[in-house]
Design a protein around this ligand. Structure first.
Ligand code: HEM
Length: 444
């Protein structure tokens, strides 16, 4: 069949929306979100300043979950213990992920009245992460074959080659930003391989995924406005790729695979687009921030870096431990669909329930000396950074592969990475990671 290559839309690439908002907040500090409750862990300054640990510790000691009656995102339950998060995620009928109930982050969905007041229409893209059974099951099935152990193994050689090539270009004896040069480059490269995305445009994937990152915003509405603008750009671009792939046979990339899969008839075009965007966002910030987190954690715990250098057999466990330690998504949210009791607390129908993975992965009832990185930790795999239950991360194996390959290729090159300059964290309560991490490379 002839290949049709429609013209791809031009996309505005510069992240001006974020910068404009940051500038706005500098001159209008009163527009920042106001948090009054001492346990309102939706405040983003504690993640930006890395001071969240004692707050969650105090909360865990006081119980598995707590009601926070007031926050800029409305009242919510903060679930802070490992066992309570697993319990809730094992009951997806009672604790819904559905966007119709409110979706998967602490952000509030705009009400019909609010939408009407601004003359706007409801504008949401359906994604299976924000669906309940049975829709969730069918749609997850359209992408799952790309993430089986054998499909992941097929991708290893290319990921290893690109990782090695990139590491070989890094400067020695010079300070540079690991986030930009390594973490972003490797994760967007991996997504470009997964989607068969035009290589020269791969940084668009980074830009698009960043819309979910920052919550240092004046109002929830502004965030919504900005997100929608960026989503429209992504949509136009992916629509052109979709048309292109529909007319091609035999492509092995994820887009072609979805288009030509039997389960595709379970999805509307809107859902198809929504799920592509889910994969971009899901696979981008998360793996990227673990790649930065590893370097930061090794620098903070040099005994562990030394262990890694002396014993590369520890790499697979080190990957698990680094994911636990970093926990690149701080939370996921559920909405309660019927009055119920959880560990003695009465949760009501309609209540917002926020699962703080960041806290569960430091739960001393499960992890000894939980604030320490320990790459020999026997139960590192028990972390719940990928969630638990029917929504457990579909890309977990791919993320683990990329992180293992990165550590193996660094080890092969006897590369030691030191933090040597600015460290700037993301100011957000959802994505937990680094905006900048200045480092210098030496050898071991
Ligand atoms: C779901 C974390 C990498 C795609 C999730 C969830 C978490 C998560 C917490 C929600 C689980 C729940 O609600 O129970 C992470 C972390 C990663 C990572 C920590 C890296 C270290 C990836 C990658 C991809 C991906 C590489 C794909 C390229 C998805 C998708 C879902 C998901 C599609 C929705 C699954 C569902 O609802 O059934 N991830 N993720 N993630 N992730 Fe990941």
């Amino acid at each position: 069949m002839a290949t049709i290559a429609p013209e791809r839309p031009q996309v505005r690439r510069s992240p001006t929306a974020f910068e404009a908002l940051r500038e706005h907040l500098k001159t209008h500090p009163d527009d920042r979100l106001v948090h009054t409750h001492k346990w309102d862990v939706s405040r983003s300054d504690i993640y930006f300043e890395d001071t969240w640990q004692p707050i969650f510790k105090e909360m865990r000691e006081a119980g598995p979950l707590h009601y926070i009656p007031e926050s800029p995102f409305g009242p919510y339950w903060a679930v802070v213990q490992h066992k309570a998060i697993q319990h809730i995620e094992a009951l997806p009928e009672i604790f819904s992920s559905s966007w119709e109930h409110g979706g998967i982050t602490i952000l509030e969905r705009l009400s019909d009245e609010e939408l009407a007041a601004r003359g706007a229409e409801r504008r949401e893209l359906p994604m299976f992460i924000a669906m309940d059974r049975p829709q969730h099951t069918g749609q997850r099935r359209t992408v799952a074959p790309k993430f089986t152990p054998s499909s992941i193994t097929d991708m290893e050689a290319e990921i290893r080659q690109r990782t090695g090539e990139l590491l070989d270009t890094l400067p020695r004896g010079e300070v540079f930003d690991w986030v930009d040069k390594v973490s972003i480059e490797l994760t967007t490269g991996m997504l470009a391989i997964l989607f068969g995305f035009p290589w020269e445009d791969r940084r668009l994937l980074t830009f698009w995924s960043d819309w979910s990152g920052d919550t240092e915003l004046a109002t929830v509405r502004e965030l919504d406005e900005m997100r929608w603008g960026i989503l429209q750009e992504m949509l136009a671009y992916f629509q052109s790729l979709w048309i292109e792939r529909t007319h091609q046979d035999g492509g092995e990339d994820l887009i072609s695979m979805m288009i030509h899969s039997d389960a595709m008839n379970q999805m509307s075009p809107q859902e198809f687009m929504g799920n592509l965007i889910l994969l971009i966002v899901g696979g981008n910030d998360t793996t990227r921030n673990t790649m930065s987190g590893i370097i930061h954690a090794f620098d903070k715990f040099p005994d562990q870096r030394k262990l890694f250098e002396e014993n590369p057999d520890l790499i697979p466990n080190a990957v698990q431990e680094c994911i636990r330690y970093q926990t690149p998504l701080a939370h996921m949210r559920r909405t309660c669909t019927e009055d119920t009791e959880v560990f003695g607390q009465h949760v009501k129908k309609g209540d917002k329930v926020v699962l703080w993975y960041l806290s569960a992965n430091r739960d001393e009832e499960v992890f000894d000396n939980a604030d320490k990185l320990d790459i020999t930790r026997e139960n590192a795999r028990r972390h719940i950074a990928f969630g638990y239950g029917i929504h457990r991360c579909v890309g977990a194996r791919l993320a683990e592969l990329q992180l293992r390959v990165l550590l193996e290729e660094m080890h092969k090159r006897r590369m030691r990475v030191h933090v040597a300059g600015d460290v700037e964290r993301v100011r957000a309560n959802f994505v937990h990671g680094f905006r900048k991490l200045e480092v210098e490379i030496t050898s071991f």
